[in-house]
Design a protein around this ligand. Structure first.
Ligand code: FAD
Length: 401
């Protein structure tokens, strides 16, 4: 029976191991993770876990017994150091070799390195792991001054959680609008208004030039515009880069992630890659890398099916969510390009349909989960919507039936 080694014990790694066992796969399954924890939910790290309203136990994806009962051998707190493609082994940092018949890279991504003066001062943090969230939470106190560098979804969620803990919060975004990589300008403007109304200072078109400190601790942020902001805590949240080092060192194709084909197989047929670290061909023809739970789970489940003999190619409807100040943002689809929008709903509960020509690229819903789910149902069934069908007067649910 084949031996499956999964490198990376995060969202995708867990779901792959679980899906293999749920489908009756009886070969050996090993899950290797460099964090000391069993797989856990990352989304709460910038939401209720950071705000202090979620219990640590609620983070676990599964209880420890799940892995023993399902015969998933876990190797935690130790990174994969090397992939030896000739002998089909991965070598852990303590030199232990693990032989594989198929290796799945589920290595995730890491905060983008931020190379500015003062980066190493105390009080300057980033947020990817449970340990990061715990250390950031320690810093967030009533009245403390927090500067969030980067107005992406993690930065904005941190801003909301920090406000909940009574902090003074400023968000600095280098681009002219918030979440510019993922959102339409309409949705971005709504977010900026929401944050401003909740007392967050949102400053766009402003980059950081340096962090200043004294006695090893940060006390101010200077911007390229010459502004100086007092800061007790600086959260660096300007995106992530895929973890590709072991893949690159092993000579696999790497370009903004580990390059995979429509079967999520790398340039070595014995190795697949899934989740945040995988760069895959999307049905629209573009190569993309997605950073979402949906993508990690769907790709992991697909590879489990493929290992069990399924021969179809990978396809899934991407979706993503974010919670900020009680506002629920949900996105379905992937809008690399869009030149036309149709909006339905009211000021506080609406959806933005983004088209590229007549082709639906993505729908952003603000406090409008019904529309989000209906569109997911339509796209999931292989359908689409024209700009006319997105009009307020059309009954979407009838189209979904
Ligand atoms: P990960 O879950 O990051 O797992 C990869 C694991 O591999 C990590 O534990 C990493 O440490 C480990 N690893 C890396 N290198 C090695 C190595 N050499 N050897 C061994 N192990 C290694 N998505 C949403 O859809 N909705 C949200 O609301 C949302 N909120 C988020 C909030 C935060 C704070 C963060 C950080 C992410 C959030 N995401 C959200 C994104 C989502 O968590 C990721 O897209 C998802 O976890 C990706 O899964 P993955 O398995 O590819 O990577």
């Amino acid at each position: 029976t084949p031996r499956i080694v999964i490198a990376g014990a995060g969202t995708a790694g867990h779901h792959l191991a679980a899906a293999l066992r749920e489908s009756g796969f009886d070969g050996a399954v090993s899950l290797i993770g460099d964090e000391p924890h069993l797989p856990y939910h990352r989304p709460p790290l910038s939401k209720d876990y950071l705000a202090g309203t979620a219990h640590p136990d609620s983070l676990s994806l599964r209880a420890p017994a799940f892995y023993t009962e399902h015969k998933v051998a876990t190797h935690l707190g130790i990174p994969v150091r090397q992939i030896d493609r000739t002998t089909h082994r991965v070598v852990l940092a303590d030199d232990r070799p693990l032989a594989y018949d198929h290796l799945v890279l589920a290595l995730g991504a890491s905060p983008r390195p931020f190379d500015i003066p003062g980066r190493d001062l105390r009080g300057v943090v980033e947020l990817r792991t449970r340990a990061d969230a715990e250390s950031l939470r320690e810093h967030l106190r009533e009245g403390c001054r927090v500067v969030v560098v980067g107005g992406g979804f993690i930065g904005l969620e941190v801003a909301a959680a920090a406000r909940k803990r009574g902090a003074d919060v400023t968000v600095l975004e280098a681009k002219p609008t918030l979440m510019s990589r993922a959102l339409s300008t309409t949705a971005a403007a709504h977010l900026a208004e929401l944050h401003t109304a909740q007392g967050v200072q949102v400053v766009c078109s402003t980059a950081v030039s340096a962090l200043e400190g004294s006695a090893g601790r940060v006390y101010a942020v200077t911007t390229t515009g010459g502004q100086r902001l007092a800061a007790d805590v600086v959260v660096l949240g300007s995106g992530v880069v895929p973890n590709v080092a072991p893949a690159a060192a092993a000579g696999l194709d790497v370009a903004n992630g580990v390059v995979v084909d429509e079967y999520l197989t790398t340039s070595d047929p014995r190795i697949s890659a899934v989740g945040d670290c995988a760069n895959f061909p999307a049905p629209c023809g573009d190569r993309i890398r997605l950073e979402s739970i949906q993508n990690a789970v769907d790709q992991a489940r697909y590879v489990a099916r493929r290992i069990n003999g399924h021969t179809g190619t990978y396809s899934a409807v991407p979706y993503f969510w974010s919670d900020q100040f009680g506002m629920k943002l949900q996105i379905v689809g992937h809008a690399a390009r869009s030149d036309r929008t149709v909006i339905r709903g009211t000021d506080t509960k609406f959806s933005i349909f983004r088209f590229h020509g007549d082709e639906l690229a993505a729908v952003e819903s603000i406090n409008d989960p019904m529309t989000h789910l209906t569109v997911r149902k339509i796209l999931g069934a292989g359908g689409t919507l024209t700009p006319d069908q997105a009009d307020e007067t059309v009954d979407l649910r009838a189209l979904a039936r």
